[in-house]
Design a protein around this ligand. Structure first.
Ligand SMILES: [Fe+2]
Ligand SMILES: [Fe+2]
Length: 142
């Protein structure tokens, strides 16, 4: 069983947003799987650490790209959407600091395993209307 399924997410009209979400779902499931293997004593630690670093970069790029698109197309609820990203990043940073400082993976793995709840809600209720607006603006400009 996967941690999160692409089918749980709204299909977005802005292709680059959709692709980013699909890539993130894959990463989250890979991390979950590696963490389970690590917890069962398999030698996946190095790969797990690398995957977590990849995830951190991915999330930051995911959010900053959406913010760039929102600014480019004058999305009216930019501040609200950006604040949602910033709050998530703060929580993530806290879990990452605990992981990097003490080499303890528990906090970051717990964070990752709880994150689909936030991600699915965010994509379906915040990214979806944002994508609809941006897509409309893109069509208008085309
Ligand atoms: Fe998103
Ligand atoms: Fe977003």
């Amino acid at each position: 069983m996967a941690l999160v399924y692409i089918e749980q997410l709204e299909d977005l009209d802005v292709e680059e947003m959709q692709q980013t979400h699909e890539d993130e779902v894959i990463l989250l499931n890979e991390i979950d799987k590696l963490a389970t293997q690590h917890q069962m004593g398999q030698p996946t630690l190095e790969e797990l650490n690398e995957k977590l670093d990849t995830y951190l970069i991915h999330v930051k790029e995911h959010f900053s790209n959406e913010e760039r698109l929102m600014r480019k197309y004058d999305f009216p609820s930019y501040e609200m959407h950006k604040m949602a990203h910033d709050i998530f990043l703060e929580d993530l940073k806290y879990a990452v600091n605990q992981w990097k400082r003490s080499d303890n993976l528990d906090k970051i793995i717990n964070f990752i395993r709880k994150s689909p709840e936030w991600i699915v809600l965010h994509i379906n209720s915040v990214d979806a209307p944002t994508s609809a607006f941006i897509h409309q603006q893109m069509e208008r400009e085309a």
